[in-house]
Ligand binder design. Structure first.
Ligand code: URA
Length: 197
């Protein structure tokens, strides 16, 4: 909260609030990111919008028909999601871009409520380990039996329905620049989801 308030003084034109999810609650596909970037989603008020990670994410979604219009890194670019919704495990920009376990825990009820309120949800994509952990906690499944891995997936019973979870390395600048993740690897994850849906 202190960080958010300091940012309101420092960057008064920024959104500087918990970033709401993007896309319809009727979607079958939910992407769970980590947290807003300071000068990306925290500035624009739309998940991944203006963040480096968003370029990778939105281009893959667009390629596989989960986007409509042209993503132009602005909340008023007219870009919309098709049968897809994007949220974050942590809703506010965290200091040093690193959410603490405490922050993830505090935000968990938002993720829980959101998942419970998506009636057609079939696939959840977790971007990175922190997001994976938040989703496992939300669905009451053990991480020891669902170990994070790029491309790993499981069918999980939740609230009387089956939801498929899939993991990807986060589409962060760091992961792309170190070669851990490439755009092609990320596109392949979204292609897999497209095939399921
Ligand atoms: N921007 C977001 O909204 N979420 C992330 O996980 C990264 C950047």
């Amino acid at each position: 909260v202190a960080f958010r308030e300091a940012n309101r003084d420092k960057y008064s034109a920024f959104f500087n609030n918990p970033v709401p999810s993007f896309g319809s609650m009727e979607a079958e596909f939910l992407v769970v990111g980590l947290a807003p970037g300071l000068k990306g989603a925290n500035q624009t008020g739309r998940p991944f919008t203006g963040d480096y990670a968003g370029k990778v994410l939105y281009s893959a979604l667009d390629l596989h028909g989960f986007g409509k219009g042209k993503y132009a890194e602005r909340p008023d670019d007219g870009f919309t999601l098709v049968n897809c919704r994007i949220t974050n495990a942590v809703r506010c920009v965290p200091p040093e871009n690193k959410p603490t376990p405490e922050e993830a825990k505090t935000c968990r009820p938002f993720l829980q409520n959101e998942i419970a309120a998506m009636p057609k949800l079939k696939v959840i994509l977790s971007l990175g380990l922190t997001s994976h952990a938040a989703v496992c906690n939300t669905l009451s499944i053990r991480q020891s039996q669902h170990k994070f891995g790029h491309g790993a997936w499981w069918d999980v019973q939740y609230g009387g329905r089956t939801v498929r979870l899939i993991d990807s390395y986060h589409s962060s600048r760091y992961n792309i620049q170190t070669g851990r993740l490439t755009q092609e690897m990320f596109n392949a994850i979204i292609a897999q989801v497209r095939q399921w849906l």
